[in-house]
Ligand binder design. Structure first.
Ligand SMILES: Nc1ncnc2c1ncn2[C@@H]1O[C@H](COP(=O)(O)OP(=O)(O)OP(=O)(O)O)[C@@H](O)[C@H]1O
Ligand SMILES: [Mg+2]
Length: 454
């Protein structure tokens, strides 16, 4: 129990402060993005400038885009939120945008462009037949581009040119490069024809490259905003914000482990905090601080609920666990460096086997290297890739947090390259590995210091 709250009161406070699945839409809940918020806000004031937010999957692109969209949008309407899918076309996307402008009641929810089989007759643009066509001939696409520009200018005039923000999310999911290229032409036209609306695109880095590659001068019209994983301060801010909403204290080591496991991907922080608070709420005693047992429950429940795609890839990769694949994978995830060489991975491997399971056989280095090679191949879900010979990284950065979570569930703490903030709790029920000397002057084994990178 927490503060004698009823379950409804508890859940309502909890979900005001954690959101593992829905994007953030207000500045008050968006942590660690002050610089990027400022950059996007400034760009939105510049006529003809289009914003492109790019970064790894799950890093927080949609949250930044929607937060700035709500902040900049005129108070008379909600921003237009669109999500692309593999079949989305340029004209179909714009038809969806115009449909939402035309019918404001449909606003506030994300429109899947695939579903938007509509003619936007109010703006003299009927695109119902062109939503999912294959690459159209160039002349036809240019005609469509001019139609779209004309329709948007007309729509803006009808709104008396109030601030309108259109978010085009998941741009990378569009499979057709010709369609992506049409957006490059369009972005130039937003500037050249002074379309009085602001566009914010979100996608992975490669999709921005495709966009820029399609139109040599496009880069002048785009404000690139790169999003990286959250720094340690922001991770702790999310955790502390939830704790203070309930006026409870989180046990120091759990707080640190949540930040370390997350690897800077906010989804893991929200999910672990959600389950930690539930574990405290379900405790028969009235509690105002968490224990390591609450944390263990939170870890186990988080593993259960996490995205199937990550679980599937992990299970595929460690299928041959009898041969030590799982521990090799843990070793790769054991440090904050994204690219790790075989030597560093092997050091992590020996270290974690010795401290986690003193009885286990330690594989020799050539065997670990052969496991690493196997983990790059299809039968292992291509979970790893090699940016260059002898170096390894996860194909998807968000996977590293998931691996840390799975290891934690089995009692093995990874990512101890920074010292923990406090001494180990006396009620710990699983073995702690000593923190190694990190890059930040931390003394190995000294858990009293909290030193973490920017
Ligand atoms: N700066 C932040 N502070 C707190 N929570 C955040 C922040 N950014 C994102 N989140 C949370 O992290 C989760 C993932 O964020 P979001 O959906 O914005 O990421 P994304 O990069 O758009 O992901 P995807 O690549 O899957 O589309 C969301 O549940 C959101 O609530
Ligand atoms: Mg997103």
């Amino acid at each position: 129990m927490i503060n004698s709250l009823s379950i409804d009161q508890f859940a309502s406070i909890l979900h005001e402060n954690v959101s593992p699945t829905a994007p953030i839409q207000s500045q008050e809940h968006l942590f660690g993005r002050e610089k990027q918020l400022q950059q996007v806000q400034q760009a939105l004031y510049a006529p003809g400038r289009t914003v492109f937010i790019y970064g790894d999957r799950g890093v927080g692109k949609t949250s930044l885009a929607q937060t700035v969209a709500y902040a900049h949008q005129s108070s008379k309407h909600d921003p237009i939120l669109l999500a692309c899918d593999p079949d989305s076309t340029f004209v179909g996307t714009m038809a969806s945008a115009l449909e939402q402008i035309n019918h404001p009641s449909a606003q506030g929810t994300i429109t899947s462009i695939y579903a938007a089989k509509v003619g936007v007759k109010g703006f003299g643009l009927d695109v119902s037949k062109t939503l999912h066509q294959d690459a159209p001939p160039k002349a036809e696409s240019m005609a469509s581009l001019n139609d779209v520009v004309g329709a948007l200018i007309k729509a803006a005039a009808e709104r008396k040119n109030e601030d309108t923000v259109i978010v085009v999310d998941e741009f990378d999911r569009i499979s057709n490069d010709v369609e992506k290229g049409q957006f490059a032409d369009f972005i130039k036209q937003i500037g050249d024809q002074r379309i009085p609306m602001r566009f914010v695109f979100c996608g992975v880095a490669e999709s921005l490259q495709t966009l820029l590659g399609a139109h040599a001068s496009c880069y002048r019209y785009i404000e690139n905003v790169e999003l990286r994983t959250l720094n340690w301060d922001a991770r702790f801010e999310i955790i502390d914000n939830v704790a203070s909403a309930f006026n409870v204290t989180l046990e120091g080591r759990s707080r640190y482990r949540i930040a370390a496991i997350s690897d800077g991907f906010p989804h893991y922080i929200h999910r672990l905090c959600e389950h930690l608070l539930w574990a405290m709420f379900r405790d028969e005693r009235e509690v105002d601080h968490s224990t390591i047992d609450h944390f263990r429950i939170a870890v186990a429940q988080s593993v259960l609920g996490i995205e199937q795609h990550l679980k599937h890839t992990y299970d595929q990769a460690v299928m041959k666990d009898a041969h030590g694949y799982e521990h090799v994978l843990w070793a790769v995830a054991d440090h904050s460096d994204l690219f790790r060489n075989t030597e560093a991975i092997y050091t992590s491997y020996c270290d974690l086997i010795k401290s986690f399971d003193g009885q286990a056989e330690i594989l020799d280095r050539p065997t670990v290297v052969s496991r690493l090679s196997a983990l790059k191949r299809r039968p292992s879900g291509n979970i790893l890739m090699s940016p260059r010979k002898g170096f390894y990284q996860f194909r998807e950065s968000i996977m590293r947090g998931y691996i840390r979570l799975r290891a934690e569930e089995q009692g093995c703490e990874l990512a101890l390259d920074y010292a923990a903030p406090s001494r180990p709790s006396t009620d710990l029920t699983w073995r702690i590995r000593p923190a190694r000397r990190g890059n930040f002057g931390t003394v190995a084994g000294d858990r009293r210091k909290l030193e973490y990178p920017e």
